[in-house]
Design a protein around this ligand. Structure first.
Ligand code: ADP
Ligand code: MG
Length: 343
């Protein structure tokens, strides 16, 4: 890798997003009586950038991952790869699009066939249905090398590896087809913290080498902060806040603020303000969210009354850009007011 020498007079062009998600809604069950668990989710990711998806368990993060990789068809809205709606592609283009968006799942063990050697699994990813021919060996060794595994790993079975090594194998498999977009769904949540760091750093370096656009799903804000450039916060299947990584430091939505309470921050280095106390609450079912603002039953600000009626209970707040905060949007009738930077 060589650093490009950019003349100081020309600003680098803002890269165009390779992945765009446009008002996607999705759910499970038959089309006629399908329970919607994702509503109107939009986001965009450019090459080399990482969009974090954060939210509690059950908020719809993995459902979004399934829609992005084409495992679940959206009920409405579009997933656009290089500007093309993936639902409208014909067979050949669809195959290419599928290759270009690869998923690294949470549990590498269940996504690897226990009876298939690692070499076979990678050969299968490189060329589905093909046998493990000699010509593949060099590519496979190469792939194993990029994730720092020895070449002899190819002849072994998944159970012969540690959890961290298996996660490396699954990453190698996702990268085999040289995708443009990588979806990482809670990739380190099953690993010890020392191994977590290794995997996260590996992902960061592979992303840099291949200029990958990454959608990084996690419930862990400290990991999100380490990995991501931008953040989308999901609550019961809807986006409540979106913007650059700074939103974790000073959230505009009371839910993001509440999420911070679950992050240990003894040194106080991570956040600008004291997070609110943890309030144990069941977020509920995304298929059946509370009326109005879905967050109102848990909101520390409480539902507010304006002119004799509660707008928080009566009206769902749309995700709107916030004045004076470039690129930041929040879905709250009363976004948290932030003091300007200290003088
Ligand atoms: P997260 O990954 O944020 O924990 P999920 O996307 O897995 O959330 O789940 C969101 C909601 O969709 C949950 O209420 C869950 O019960 C429901 N759900 C997930 N998978 C299925 C499925 N295969 N069939 C029916 N409901 C599902
Ligand atoms: Mg999940």
């Amino acid at each position: 890798m060589t650093a490009p020498s950019t003349p100081s007079s020309t600003l680098p062009a803002t890269p165009q997003p390779v992945l765009r998600v446009d008002r996607v809604s999705a759910g499970y069950g038959s089309a006629s009586r399908s329970a919607r668990v994702l509503r109107d989710v939009s986001l965009a990711v450019a090459p080399g950038r990482t969009m974090g998806i954060v939210g509690e368990s059950g908020s719809g993060k993995s459902t979004l991952a399934k829609v992005l990789v084409g495992e679940l068809a959206p009920l409405s809205g579009q997933v656009l790869l290089d500007g093309a709606d993936t639902a409208r592609l014909r067979r050949r283009q669809l195959r290419a699009a599928r290759r270009n968006i690869q998923l690294v799942p949470q549990d590498p063990y269940s996504s690897l066939d226990p009876r298939m050697t690692v070499g076979r699994a990678l050969a299968e990813a490189l060329d589905p249905g093909a046998s493990l021919r000699r010509a593949d060996r060099a590519r496979i060794t190469d792939l194993l090398e990029t994730v720092a595994l020895e070449g002899d790993a190819a002849d072994r079975l998944p159970h012969e590896f540690s959890g961290g090594q298996r996660q490396r194998i699954v990453i190698a498999r996702a990268l085999a087809v040289q995708p443009k977009v990588l979806i990482a769904d809670e990739v380190t949540s099953a690993l010890d913290s020392s191994v977590q760091a290794e995997i996260l750093n590996l992902l960061l370096s592979l992303q840099k080498q291949a200029d990958l656009a990454v959608v990084f799903i996690t419930h862990d804000l400290s990991i999100a902060r380490y990995m991501c450039d931008e953040i989308s916060v999901l609550y019961l299947g809807s986006l409540v806040e979106q913007g650059d990584i700074g939103l974790l430091r000073s959230p505009s939505h009371p839910y993001t603020e509440l999420l911070r309470a679950s992050v240990p921050d003894p040194s106080g280095a991570m956040f600008d303000t004291e997070p609110p106390p943890v309030v144990a609450a069941d977020p509920g079912d995304p298929a059946n969210p509370p009326a109005g603002c879905a967050f109102h039953p848990r909101c520390p600000q409480g539902p507010r009354v304006v002119e004799g009626r509660s707008i928080c209970i009566g009206t769902a707040p749309p995700l709107l850009p916030l004045a004076g905060q470039s690129g930041r949007a929040a879905a709250c009738h009363f976004p948290l007011v932030r003091a300007g930077t200290p003088a």
